[in-house]
Design a protein around this ligand. Structure first.
Ligand SMILES: Cc1ncc(COP(=O)(O)O)c(C=O)c1O
Length: 425
């Protein structure tokens, strides 16, 4: 019972007395040894994709069940390669959820195409398939779904819409390594799947990314966009692109070998960490479920939440004396909870995606891409994302054995909710 307790914000004792700080990534002994061992041979640039690059790609393809894996310098470059691979080009449109990290949309611009934003599903925070369908035009070439915070998008529904309109599907699985949808690893269901191995992700290389596909033509196209000479020649699966093997297509997205060494070593512990994260975060969800004004997310049937990259709860001020989200978070923080407001700003609000006119007027430089459709978005076109943006609360991902801390976090939520009258100003 947490009623009639003085909140820390109003001078009471803190509910969270532990000084736990989420430390991530975990650089374990296996990883340190792998880096040290690798440094004995000292090969710091692998032009032909052999050695550790080949080893990591083989292991990652096996982990996901994909036919091909291509490791690159970051997740953003794998998205660029993926859009290029499926044929996105000047004049095309790609539908992308407004609630994601900018890389998902910026790489559509990199292909000289227009990102067209759609709203999200309130149950999963992934793209709303109904809204995707409303945004399709004769120029739509592809859909990119984001398995946000590790929760799989509704891939059956996405695939059905894509088939109906003859669209390609790119999966941005930057958050979702290890998540499954109906028994399949995400990233392998659409045409191409893209993972970030940046240091805050669940599988890390420091800075790196890896794309997977079951389609050899798409693999070749990613290879030729992102690499040069030796690597392209060695790995092309057909002759179609052999004339471009020496030059590539411009960008060079080769990964640093040490990042591949780290990712390859971390892969050995990935499932253990996923299990720990799931067990801890599901424990918090169960501990706060049913509290007035606070709702954890459920996992959709037939899905597993692999990475659980980021943990969110929804706050509903109207159920709690209309106390604003910022004040509720302030009260949690005063109790010792490492809570934050949502940090992903809906992308439809960002001027970059309005195209040339605004950019040229404000910078004096020419828009660097092909002309895109200049869409004037309104917040009212994205009711779910805009509403949730003001109500999502972020907590740490807890990848350590720390039940005592979780109990204190749960107690802090109970305390703040059950004594919320003290927050009314
Ligand atoms: C949804 C999403 N997509 C793509 C990326 C890009 O990955 P990277 O930082 O490795 O380029 C990120 C990075 O945080 C992301 O969150």
């Amino acid at each position: 019972m947490s009623q009639n307790k003085k909140l820390a914000l109003t001078g009471g004792p803190k509910a969270v007395t532990s000084d736990y700080k989420e430390i991530w990534p975990i650089i374990d002994e296996t990883t340190k040894k792998a880096v040290n061992d690798y440094m004995q041979q000292g090969e710091l640039s692998i032009k032909d994709g052999t050695g550790i690059l080949d080893e990591f790609e083989t292991n990652f393809a096996r982990y996901t069940g994909a036919k091909h894996a291509l490791v690159q310098n970051n997740g953003t470059s794998t998205l660029h390669a993926a859009f290029f691979a499926v044929g996105v080009g000047p004049g095309d449109e790609v539908i992308v959820p407004t609630y994601t990290w900018p890389s998902t949309a910026n790489t559509i611009l990199s292909c000289n195409a227009t990102p067209v934003f759609c709203d999200i599903d309130p149950m999963t925070l992934c793209a709303s398939v109904d809204d995707i369908e409303k945004r399709i035009t004769p120029k739509t070439k592809a859909i990119v779904v984001v398995h946000i915070w590790g929760h799989p998008a509704d891939m059956d529904a996405v695939t059905e819409v894509a088939k109906k309109y003859n669209l390609k599907v790119v999966e941005d699985a930057a958050h979702a390594v290890g998540s499954t949808y109906k028994g399949r690893k995400v990233g392998t269901i659409g045409d191409v799947g893209c993972f970030s191995l940046q240091a805050s992700k669940t599988l890390i290389g420091g800075e790196a990314g890896v794309a997977v596909t079951n389609n050899s033509e798409y693999f070749d196209r990613m290879l030729v966009l992102s690499h040069y000479g030796g690597r392209i020649e060695k790995d092309l699966t057909s002759d179609t692109y052999k004339d471009y093997a020496y030059t590539g297509m411009g960008p060079k997205y080769r990964v640093h070998p040490l990042a591949a060494v780290i990712a390859n070593a971390q892969l050995k512990s990935l499932d253990k960490w996923i299990e720990l994260r799931n067990s801890n975060l599901n424990y918090i969800s169960n501990g706060i479920r049913g509290l007035r004004g606070v709702e954890p997310f459920d996992i959709a049937p037939d899905c597993t939440r692999g990475a659980y990259y980021g943990y969110r709860v929804i706050y509903s001020p109207e159920k709690l004396y209309n106390i604003p989200t910022a004040r509720f978070i302030e009260a949690l923080r005063a109790e010792g909870v490492d809570a934050d407001p949502e940090r992903y700003i809906p992308l439809h609000r960002q001027m970059l995606y309005r195209g040339a006119s605004y950019y040229e007027k404000t910078t004096g430089y020419k828009w660097p891409y092909a002309p895109i459709r200049e869409i004037e978005y309104k917040d009212s076109d994205f009711p779910v994302a805009v509403d949730l943006f003001t109500r999502l609360i972020s907590l740490p991902t807890f990848t350590h054995d720390c039940r005592d801390v979780l109990d204190q976090y749960i107690e802090a939520f109970h305390k703040v909710v059950e004594n919320a009258d003290q927050l009314v100003e």
